[in-house]
Design a protein around this ligand. Structure first.
Ligand code: ARG
Length: 464
C-alpha cells in the first residue's frame, strides 16, 4: 500500500479503511490533468528559484515519461495507491529518485485535486458545448427543410393552432442554444486557478500564482485559499445546467415517442435507432428516446447528491468532497452519450409530412382563424368566438372539418361569412398570416433561420 503520509502513524491502516478511503479507482480518469498541473507547478517553482533548473528538467522529463507511458498503456495505474496523485508522485520518485521528492513542494493534495478537477471539467464543458453545437446543426438542417411542413401545434396535448415542423423544432433550437450559453457562463466563472492555496492557508514559499494560472490557461489565481480548496460551486452549476439539458432532451424524447406511436405516425424512427420485441413481432420500439428520457433521473440525482454532500461541510477541505467525482463523472458520461445518440436518432428520422398536414387539417386548428375572419368583418371577438363554437359543434356532429361545411351552412349561423372564408381558414393561410418575429409564418421563419444560421457560423466554441 503506497501512501504519502505514513510518518506520524504507528499502525498500518486497516485494509478495509484503506479501500474505503481510496479514490484511485475513479480519480485515475484525470491522470493527464494531474500531470499537466504538476508540470506547470514545477516550471513555476524553478522560475521562482525554489527548484534548480536541473531539478526542473529532471522532474519535467520524468512527468512527460509517465504521461507518455500511461497513454501508451505501458504504465498500468497501480490501484494499490491511494489516489492518482500518490501514484504519479511515487512513480516519479521510483523513476528519477531524489529530485522527484521535491515535486510536492509548496503544494497540498487539497489544492492539487481542486486544480485537477477544474482542468478536467473545463475540457468536458468544452466537449459538451461542442456536442450541443452539433445537435443544433442537426435541428437547423431539418428546420430549413420544413418551413412548409404544416402540423398541429398543441396545448394541453390538444390540437390548438397550426404551426410548421420548422417552428416546432425551432423551440428546441432555442433551448439548446441557451444550454450552450450556460456552458460558456460556467466556464468563465470557474476559470481561476486554485493552485497555491496549499492545504487551506496558502504557503510560505514565494509562489508566483499568476504565472501558474497563466501556464494553465486560467484567467488568474483564485483570491481566497480556503475557498479555493473547498469550492465545488462550479460542479453544482454544471450539474444544474446538465439537468436542464437532460430535461430538454427528455421533453424532445417524449415527443419523438408520441410522434412515432401508431396513434400519431408523424415520424418513423430509423431501424438503427429502434429495437424489436422478443415476443411481439410487429413492434419497433423507440428505446433510445426512452432511455434518454429515463437517464434524466440519474443526472437530476447527481445534482441533488452534490448539493446534499456540500451543505454541511465546514471550511475548508473535508473528505466528503471526494464524493464529487463519481457523481460528476457519471453525469458527464450520461449527458455526452445522450446528446450524441439523440442527435443521431433525430438526423435519421423520417418525417411523415402528409400525416402531419392531415392532422393539422382535422382537429379545428383553424377555428381561431375563422373567428378572426369575423372580427375582421366587424363582429366583436366574443360573439365571433360563440359563432365559431357553434360551427365546430355542427362539424363534430357530422364528423367533418370546418373546411367541409357549405357556404349555406356558414351563413345559416352568421350571414357575415362569404366565399373567401375557405381561403381564410386554409391551414397554410393560417400559418403564413402569423408573420411577426417568433411566429411560424414563412417570412418570419426565414428571418429566424437566417439569424440562427449566422449564430452557427459566428458563435465560437469555448476556447482557453
Ligand atoms: N482524493 C482526494 C479527493 O478527491 C484528494 C484530496 C485528498 N486530500 C486529503 N487531505 N486527504 O478529494
Amino acid at each position: 500500500m503506497a501512501q504519502l503520509w505514513g510518518g506520524r502513524f504507528t499502525k498500518e491502516t486497516d485494509e478495509l479503511v484503506y479501500r474505503f478511503n481510496a479514490s484511485i479507482g475513479f480519480d485515475q480518469r484525470f491522470y493527464e490533468q494531474d500531470l499537466k498541473g504538476s508540470m506547470a507547478h514545477v516550471k513555476m517553482l524553478s522560475r521562482q528559484g525554489i527548484l534548480t533548473e536541473t531539478e526542473e528538467e529532471q522532474i519535467l522529463a520524468g512527468l512527460e515519461g509517465i504521461l507518455t507511458d500511461i497513454k501508451a498503456g505501458t504504465l498500468p495505474i497501480d490501484e494499490s495507491c491511494e489516489d492518482i496523485h500518490s501514484f504519479v508522485e511515487s512513480t516519479l520518485i521510483d523513476r528519477i529518485g531524489d529530485p522527484g521528492k521535491k515535486l510536492h513542494t509548496g503544494r497540498s493534495r487539497n489544492d492539487q485535486v481542486a486544480l485537477d478537477m477544474k482542468l478536467y471539467i473545463r475540457d468536458e464543458i468544452r466537449e459538451v458545448d461542442g456536442l450541443l453545437k452539433e445537435l443544433l446543426g442537426v435541428i437547423l438542417t431539418i428546420m430549413e427543410e420544413h418551413t412548409k411542413t404544416y402540423m398541429p401545434g398543441f396545448t394541453h396535448l390538444q390540437k390548438a393552432q397550426p404551426v410548421t415542423l420548422a417552428h416546432h423544432l425551432g423551440a428546441y433550437f432555442e433551448m439548446f442554444k441557451r444550454d450552450r450559453q450556460r456552458m460558456g457562463d460556467i466556464y468563465k466563472r470557474m476559470n481561476f486557478c486554485p493552485l497555491g492555496a496549499g492545504a487551506l492557508a496558502g504557503t510560505t514559499y514565494p509562489l508566483d500564482r499568476e504565472y501558474t494560472a497563466e501556464l494553465l490557461g486560467f484567467d488568474g489565481p483564485t483570491l481566497n485559499s480556503m475557498d479555493s480548496v473547498s469550492d465545488r460551486d462550479y460542479l453544482i452549476e454544471m450539474l444544474a445546467a446538465f439537468s436542464t439539458i437532460m430535461m430538454h432532451l427528455s421533453r424532445f424524447s417524449e415527443e419523438m415517442i408520441l410522434w412515432n406511436s401508431n396513434e400519431y405516425q408523424f415520424i418513423e424512427l430509423d431501424d438503427a435507432y429502434s429495437t424489436g420485441s422478443s415476443i411481439m413481432p410487429q413492434k419497433k420500439n423507440p428505446d433510445i428516446a426512452e432511455l434518454v428520457r429515463g437517464k434524466t433521473g440519474r443526472v437530476y440525482g447527481a445534482l441533488m447528491s452534490m448539493l446534499t454532500t456540500m451543505k454541511g461541510i465546514p471550511l475548508a477541505y473535508n473528505k466528503d468532497m471526494q464524493e464529487d467525482k463519481e457523481l460528476v463523472f457519471d453525469a458527464i458520461d450520461t449527458v455526452k452519450g445522450c446528446i450524441s445518440l439523440f442527435g443521431g436518432m433525430l438526423a435519421t428520422t423520417r418525417f411523415r409530412i402528409e400525416v402531419m398536414e392531415k392532422s393539422a387539417a382535422h382537429g379545428f386548428t383553424n377555428a381561431t382563424d375563422a373567428a378572426d375572419y369575423l372580427v375582421n368583418h366587424g363582429v366583436p371577438f366574443r360573439d365571433a368566438h360563440g359563432i365559431v363554437g357553434r360551427l365546430v359543434l355542427t362539424c363534430i356532429e357530422k364528423g367533418i372539418a370546418l373546411d367541409d361545411l357549405s357556404l349555406a351552412e356558414y351563413q345559416q349561423i352568421s350571414p357575415v361569412f362569404e366565399e373567401d372564408i375557405y381561403e381564410a381558414i386554409r391551414i397554410r393561410t393560417c400559418v403564413n398570416k402569423r408573420n411577426i418575429i417568433g411566429a411560424p409564418g414563412e417570412e418570419a421563419m426565414q428571418e429566424v433561420l437566417r439569424i440562427n444560421r449566422r449564430y452557427m457560423e459566428e458563435q465560437e466554441e469555448i476556447t482557453e
